[in-house]
Write a protein of this length. Sequence first.
Length: 76
Amino acid sequence: MGSSFLITLREGLEASLVISILLTYLAKTNRSDESRSVWLGTIAATIACLVIGIAFMFSSMALTATLNMQLRAHWP
């Protein structure tokens, strides 16, 4: 559990670093009006990750339940 938390924290920090670099680059090149695209992409990526994560969680739970039922049926 602790290692998963640390990996997720590290990935979140890396993503925030990339976003801040993109926004800084847009500001320095006088294209701050395009920062909206960066934020829309960030929101879209976050939603996609949540949807995929929830799908994996539910499919894993369904697979585990199916395997448990099969094991109980063949257990003496």
